[in-house]
Design a protein around this ligand. Structure first.
Ligand code: SAH
Ligand code: SF4
Ligand code: F3S
Length: 449
């Protein structure tokens, strides 16, 4: 009889992609994916370790699974992702009911690991061992999207790992060294996706701007701007996006793409992290506030309508009120369309965990609130600039009477579903909407006449 598998994914799109791959591999091994945790034969937690809170969530969920396993002794529990890679077999000490720990570069071995477990091998023989540091992985194999694919937006991984070693960040230790995926593999995956009806592709990596600098194929000379141009030309790619860029590697060649490539969407996620040069230095971000602002200006000169978003960390060790004010100043100068902002937290195996002058939790909380309140006001003001304009949107959710869509600049728009049956909007369709209302997180409009 077939077994069922429930996968819960935390963290970034890399993890989402990995979950999809694990589910596909398990489907080939006879497992049926289910949407409910209760009653599943196998539960996979694909975990994230980027901030302390993310890790706490995983352990509290594992605590709850202990109860489920008591009632259902045959239940198998797998921990995958960045917490798995970071903790290795230590997880068994705290959570003895876990059956397998799968490292970030072992996902292809999961079906085999489960089989070995059933055949009587011990979980310690099978699971990820932190002592054996990982080698360069066999590069992500191409798995065709499932035939039941209903999404029209998809992420395509173009590189794994990261070599930047920002002092606060776990990614270099949980994902390993940066490695670029061969161009041919990427284009083959894009072809498969568009053949299945996918219309929007997002190229994915921790630092896409350095694509091609670290490739397994020595003769490959394609840089990120070249890869964008190649992908944009593929038939069926209506919209092209990418994430994430590191300001230090943002070249004018990449900025030029926004002028030349019509299907490249005018949205740029450019994490600044902090506005003070001394904090940026301690973070090991290899740019200054001046260089960041210069890149923003340049980007806007190539593409005036580009929407810029960012990531910010408040309360990095040693951050003074004056340092924080400089982050606020960057916000005032750039006027980001939106941002993700976080309180700094110490992470295992990172250098900043050992830095002195940790900022008080209460102060971090206050700074975060000040930043977010001001960002909300700016987002609202920015969003109001769209009122009265007609924008192209792609439909992404159809509810009775109401449609949710996304602009090329990555804004969410809600509008009433057309009443005439002649206008039949489907997921992935593009249409024009005239914006008549702006909130801080989304826009409203009506179909353009
Ligand atoms: N590769 C991307 C970031 C990936 S992690 C880049 O370089 O920009 C996503 C975000 O999490 C980071 O941009 C940072 O803002 C935040 N982050 C990472 N480590 C953190 C930590 N220790 N504490 C708080 N926020 C952190
Ligand atoms: Fe982490 Fe820095 Fe790499 Fe981004 S660039 S993943 S923040 S080490
Ligand atoms: Fe989290 Fe790992 Fe992604 S730490 S953000 S799941 S790379």
């Amino acid at each position: 009889m077939s077994k069922t598998v429930f996968t819960k994914t935390f963290g970034c799109q890399m993890n989402e992609r990995d979950s999809e791959i694990m589910e596909q591999l398990l489907a080939q091994a006879g497992y049926i994916p289910v949407a409910e945790q209760s009653g599943a034969d196998l539960v996979i937690l694909n975990t994230c370790s980027i901030r302390a809170k993310a890790e706490q969530k995983v352990f509290s969920l594992l605590g709850m699974l202990r109860k489920q396993k008591k009632e259902q002794p045959g239940l198998r529990i797998v921990v995958a992702g960045c917490v798995a890679q970071q903790e290795g077999q230590q997880i068994f000490k705290r959570m003895p009911h876990v059956d397998i720990v799968v490292g970030t570069q072992q996902i292809y071995q999961l079906p085999d690991m489960l089989l070995r477990l059933e055949q009587g091998e011990t979980k310690r023989e099978i699971s990820c061992d932190m002592e054996k540091s990982f080698s360069i992985p066999p590069f992500q194999k191409l798995l065709s999207p499932s035939p039941a694919l209903t999404e029209f937006r998809k992420f395509v991984t173009i590189m794994q790992g990261c070599n930047n070693f920002c002092t606060y960040c776990v990614v270099p230790s949980t994902r390993g060294r940066e490695i670029s995926r061969p161009v041919a593999d990427i284009l083959e995956e894009v072809t498969l996706l568009t053949q299945q009806g996918v219309k929007e592709i997002t190229l994915l990596g921790q630092n896409v701007n350095s694509y091609g600098c670290t490739n397994p194929v020595a003769e490959q000379k394609t840089g990120f701007a070249d890869l964008l141009r190649l992908t944009a030309k593929m038939s069926g790619v209506d919209r092209l996006r990418f994430t994430t860029s590191n300001p230090q590697d943002l070249s004018s060649g990449l900025m030029q793409c926004f002028k030349d490539i019509p299907n490249l969407c005018p949205h740029f996620h450019l994490p600044v992290q902090a506005g003070s040069n001394s904090v940026l230095k301690k973070m090991h971000r290899k740019y200054t506030r001046e260089l960041y602002l210069e890149k923003v200006d340049q980007l806007r000169s190539f593409c005036p309508e580009i929407a810029i978003s960012t990531d910010v960390i408040v309360g990095f060790p040693g951050e003074s009120e004056e340092d924080f004010q400089q982050t606020m100043e960057i916000l005032e100068t750039v006027r980001f369309h939106g941002s993700f902002s976080f309180k700094y937290s110490d992470r295992p195996n990172t250098r900043s965990a050992d830095f002195a002058d940790k900022v008080d939790e209460k102060v971090k909380g206050e700074r975060l609130k000040r930043f977010q309140d001001r960002q909300d006001q700016i987002s609202l003001e920015r969003n109001r600039e769209y009122i009265g304009t007609s924008v192209e949107v792609m439909v992404e959710k159809c509810k009775p009477g109401s449609i949710q869509a996304r602009t090329r600049s990555n804004h969410i728009v809600h509008f009433p579903a057309p009443v005439e049956t002649s206008v039949n909007l489907q997921l992935g369709d593009t249409t024009l909407v005239t914006i008549n209302h702006a909130g801080k997180h989304s826009l409203n409009g009506v179909l353009t006449e």
